[in-house]
Design a protein around this ligand. Sequence first.
Ligand code: BGC
Length: 736
Amino acid sequence: MRYFVNTRLKTLFAPVLFATGMCSVSVTLANQPLPQNELFQAEASRLAQSLSREDKLKLVFGYFGNDYYNWGNKKQTPKHPESIPQSAGYVEGLPNAKIPALFETDAGIGVASQPGPTPRLATALPSGLAIAATWDPDLAYEGGRMIGEEAKSFGFNVMLAGAANLIREPLNGRNFEYASEDPLLTGVMVGAQIKGIQSNKIISTLKHFALNAQETNRASLNAVIDEVAFRESDLLAFQIALEEGKPASVMCSYNKVNGQYACESDFLLNRILKQEWGFKGFVMSDWGATHSTIPAALNGLDQESAGDAFDLVPYFSYALKEAVNQQWVPETRLTDMAQRIIYAMLTTGVLPQSTAQLPPLDINKNELISRKAATESMVLLKNDNKVLPLSNQIKQILVVGGHADRGVLSGGGSSKVYPRGGIAVEGLTPTDWPGPVIFFPSSPVEALKKRLPTTHIRFMQSGTNEELTEAAKSSDIVVVFATQWIGEDNDALSLDLPDNQNAVIQTLSAANKKVIVVLETGGAVAMPWLNQVSGVLAAWYPGTQGGEAIADILSGKANPSGRLPISFPKSLNQMPRPQIIGDRKNGNLQPEVIYHEGKYVGYKWFQKNAEAPLFPFGFGLSYSEFHYITSPTQSQNQDCTLSFNVKNTGRVEGSDVVQLYTRVPTVSGAIEYRLVGWKKIHLKPNQYKSFDISADKRLLRQFNAESQQWKTLERPVALYWGKHSEETVKTPISCQ
Ligand code: BGC
């Protein structure tokens, strides 16, 4: 084959071509330039083929970036000497071929650190779930760009971020890392974050592929699901994230899917990801998720992560060498693995390695990005008698709990970011994995004091019933901060707020009619006190500027515009599984979860069962009112597009999120609700805007198991618009 290389690309590849002595074989003119990705592929292929077996084996084996004791094989492994201290991973480079080493860091909210004495200090965004609650892909991109920039400044060129698992279990300890219960919202928001990260010329990693919906027994769990349901739910979220974000790597998950470990699943890795979706980058395993050499290599795993430390044996080290020597794994497959890794480096710009000096980080700017994301993510769930925003005429505010005098909570596990300014509350348990529990030093109380300088604000972390009652009675308003710490490897035990926080809220609301609850949680929680309080704000885990953002919303400096990316159930009895299956204490069990709800995840489940959640998917209040003046009409010549006219009739500027849904009839007779599009619009008071929303055609299809093809719907379906999933209005528009 002959390829055309334009001058820019020639310059780009020059070092690589020279290093491999391939200048002469490369590329001569033809009439048509090849698309850039094909050029990268051709180049990756040439490079991979020029490597020795030893060199290729180096690229497919990752090391841990921290000292590690493996309880499975009782082995202590020191960190790889070249790795960045307290980091997630390291893959050796090939200096002779000018292929750089890979320096890997977690994760979705910012540059994380593994345990140790000197963690990196970085800017943390609000949780992944919070970012999805903004319903603003531009913000997700900007957040990704910012954390990617910080990762690069610490010397990393791989960020293990882009978590697209659908939220199926309200108790899952990693819900805060994920985006939503909906495939479109998840795919678009995670895809935007990945794009932002990779705009720094580093690799981003879509994870955890797939159906890693709970942490309990995650390493042995068999997740069972019907193929059509899988395609139209979790796989669709990954597919959209892949299309939108074009991540250069994908991380396979710990669990089994339909009996096969995800990291050696021919169905997931070869058939779907690589063949059907055309993924040309590389698949890395989650840390400790490789279980074999030959099946894993043949079924699509391209790189074993932290194979020196986490897996029972280093499967892709000497064992893979032997397998290739014996031709149990063909040399061509090893070359393909190396090619995919090199391709990922080329498409992102990790290769050729830049020697340019990075501009210094603008920390203040980065903190402002985090603050904006937090502000936009907060969901006002209840606001009786406009108790919020807090007026500066209020004389006495009592603030209770949540260490709100010191900071805001974040989630546990490998994604933990250590903030500049230190951990705000020391000594909370667990202090070890998946802890320590980290409060970011951004105090809502201090921030509120700045915004309400003439109000007396008193803080109590806790108190006896009598003390709380008395303090609440002598205050005009009570703001309670309620926290729920969850983390990787640590599913929540119940939907209730932990400790005695529900009782505290009940005591306070018995003593004062104006109680506002601010929730800092990893996901949904039950609210047995809902009828007794006046206001509820879901602030999620709000990142390193969380206190400022909460105070902005409470004081009315900012108008809440977040919308729920998940349904809040009234109780676990409304869910497909009222309990997490498996035994938290015994990792050796072989539990199986049958996802009988299939594609009916979240709001789809509630609607199928005609159950009302506590708060529906898409819900959120505002301090202003948005009046939709005309009913939507189909704009001319634009299929599946609705035109809207809206006016902000409130007194403050703010944003509204208009959502489009459809209802798809299914073979079983059930109707499936689907989010097919949305728009977030910002309006000043009295401002009027016209705008369009189009239904995303990727949602107007059904997967046919027999033909193994996506098919357009048999008949056009009506579009519905609304402000959340439980209250939608049928439009005159149908589309197919
Ligand atoms: C997590 C991954 C993470 C990896 C590296 C694993 O325990 O599941 O999400 O990227 O560790 O820290």
